[in-house]
Design a binder for this molecule. Sequence first.
Ligand code: ATP
Length: 292
Amino acid sequence: MLEAQSLTRVFGSTTVLDDVSLRVEPGRMTGFVGANGAGKTTTMRILMGVLAPSSGEVLWGGEPITAEVRRTFGYMPEERGLYPRMGIREQLVYFARLHGLSTGQARQRADDLLGHFDLTDRAGDVLDDLSLGNQQRVQIAAALVHRPTALVLDEPFSGLDPLAVDSMTDLLRTEASDVPLLFSSHQLDLVERLCDDLVVLSGGRVVAAGSVADLRSRGAERYRVVLDGHDAAWVRDLRGVRVESVDGPTALLTLDDLPASELVAAAVARGPVVEVARVQQPLTEIFREVTR
Ligand code: ATP
């Protein structure tokens, strides 16, 4: 497991990270979200050892991390890291060789990754001649080329079309199925779909963290009632509920002091019911609440 423990980073008189602790568990995709300037890139740089913390430390398997361990990680930095005028296959092979693969293994690996991203016929092209989306795919391939023991990816999905997102997530799920993977993103719908765990940063502090499922189900007991054609206004007469909205046969409400079974019974007693369902809080709402 990769951990940050009480990281603080000060630039001049500005505290950019304030006591940031987080855990990235192997085999779980961890999303790292927060408004512009929240401190995500700074945290990732510290995790990768590109930047030193003012205080706090990074742990790997519970022990202070070493440069040697970090060399086995895959990193996609915000400023990206590849050579614009070098052939894409050539540089994947080069990075794989730097990480100790033999020439034969490096070539095989580069070809496999290029194949996954449908870039085999572009293998001889220089990076700059590819579209931005394809450049992004090569950046990811470079982070994966040496079969990293952990992945730290700064906005790997920015600028990708939905199909490219799918092929990249497929690859990450296969390649990082048993290593810690942390990635930052502003696309909350994507984070909600992909992540197992989530860390929300606001103003340099962690304001929420945990599994996406727990974060979404905690808090209010919200239910949606949909009746078969008849009006749902009667929910306003129920005791122990707060009604958010009633729109014809549909009502949205929160159960404060009424068991869900009694809500179902009350609905059924009034006529045919299409559904009574728990409504999970969307990530966008959680995000708005915790970063307010
Ligand atoms: P974004 O989503 O916009 O990429 P972020 O969450 O990644 O933002 P950071 O890039 O970590 O945020 O920046 C956090 C804060 O630290 C910002 O206010 C930024 O201006 C400041 N900062 C980052 N690097 C430096 C630096 N080298 N010197 C001074 N301030 C810096």
